[in-house]
Write a protein that binds this ligand. Structure first.
Ligand SMILES: CC(C)(COP(=O)(O)OP(=O)(O)OC[C@H]1O[C@@H](n2cnc3c(N)ncnc32)[C@H](O)[C@@H]1OP(=O)(O)O)[C@@H](O)C(=O)NCCC(=O)NCCS
Length: 330
């Protein structure tokens, strides 16, 4: 069935907290070295939210920029989707907080797809806009991983950072010649335990015991996650291109979730994509979960790297497990 309308990104924004935490800072906090972190992950520094900041604060700034970039007002928004696994609180949603503070009058909900959050939310908004249900949807990826990291666990605390990105997804004319061409979503809940925050929900409600066991912190089996990330991101790119009726040679930019430079290099190598077609900022921000892909897209566009008419593939992988990809003609 062909869609009634086309859906495209008409505005982008990003907000990175001012505080920079370098690998050298981490050397003073845990038993690690700048050399280990750089060679194993490609990360040099990451941003950390200020005391008192929360995910909605980061998301709000990115959202304001995206609206301005789209030339829209909050009143033009008909829906707000916030992808986050580090919400302000379990409920109300971080999306409702952003809706209120923007002064928008529309529906709002959070989506939890971990690091695949932005491509997941983009796929949902693509569907809603193409079906003719909404004209303008704000999609935000906002994360404050620093609140859920065990700062004594060197295996995880070196990897993550805080930040937010936002995109306005709007209805376009069918013959506009650009927009989101295809999306693909995947999951495998059987592997939930290799990447999770086990405590604080109904499975392990907060108690002295869960606090003692540190169940409120992010837990990860790094080597296992690494292998699955490479495989699923490669597969997701193939599948989304198949759905878009395109081939790898048509891709101008791969904008992947920024987890680890070795994961990105391995994916690019398997896809036989040259490094100059892969946008990388993991060195500056680390892994910002659902904010990663949208911040990377925003940077690539604002730096003028992405040109009108080019084919962009977003791809991500994360806890759930989840994975997702979108093809956009810019
Ligand atoms: C975490 C990761 C960087 C570890 O790299 P690796 O090459 O797999 O390293 P290993 O896990 O084999 O660890 C090697 C050693 O380094 C140690 N190590 C772990 N973290 C360290 C750190 N920050 N500094 C120094 N040494 C560290 C380990 O304890 C281990 O020591 P041992 O051999 O004495 O047990 C890598 O597995 C990874 O990036 N995985 C994916 C993580 C990810 O992207 N998660 C989010 C997905 S959305």
């Amino acid at each position: 069935m062909s869609a009634l309308y086309q859906a495209g990104i008409t505005g982008l924004g990003a907000y990175l907290p001012a505080k920079v935490l370098t690998n050298f800072d981490l050397e003073k906090m845990v038993d690690t070295t700048d050399d280990w972190i750089r060679t194993r992950t490609g990360i040099r520094e990451r941003r950390i939210a200020a005391k008192g900041q929360k995910s909605s604060d980061l998301g709000l700034e990115a959202a304001k920029q995206a609206l301005q970039n789209a030339g829209l007002k909050p009143a033009d928004l008909e829906l707000i989707i916030v992808a986050t696994i580090t919400p302000d609180m379990l409920f109300p949603s971080t999306a409702c907080s952003i809706q209120a503070r923007l002064g928008a009058a529309c529906g709002a909900f959070d989506m939890a797809a971990a690091c695949s959050g932005f491509p997941y939310a983009l796929a949902v908004s693509e569907g809603l806009v193409k079906a003719g249900l909404y004209k303008h949807i704000l999609v935000v990826g906002a994360e404050m991983l620093s609140s859920f990291i065990d700062w004594k666990d060197r295996a995880t605390c070196v990897l993550f950072g805080d930040g937010a990105g936002a995109a306005v997804v709007s209805r376009l004319d069918h013959d506009s010649g650009h927009g989101v061409i295809a999306s693909y979503l995947g999951s495998d809940g059987n592997q939930a335990d290799i990447l999770q925050i086990p405590g604080g929900g109904s499975a392990h409600p907060p108690s002295e015991e869960t606090l003692k066991q540190g169940l409120h912190f992010l837990k990860m089996q790094g080597a296992e996650v690494f292998k699955v990330a490479v495989r699923t991101m490669e597969d997701a790119v193939h599948e989304v291109l198949r759905r878009a009726d395109l081939e790898l040679k048509d891709v101008d930019w791969l904008i992947p979730h920024q987890a680890n430079i070795r994961i990105l290099n391995a994916v690019a190598e398997r896809l036989e994509l040259p490094p100059e077609k892969v946008y990388i900022n993991v060195d500056r921000y680390g892994n910002m979960s659902s904010a990663s892909t949208v911040v990377a897209l925003c940077e690539a566009v604002s730096q003028g790297l992405v040109k009108k008419g080019q084919i962009i593939v977003l791809v991500a992988f994360g806890g759930g497990l989840t994975w997702a990809a979108n093809v956009i003609k810019w």
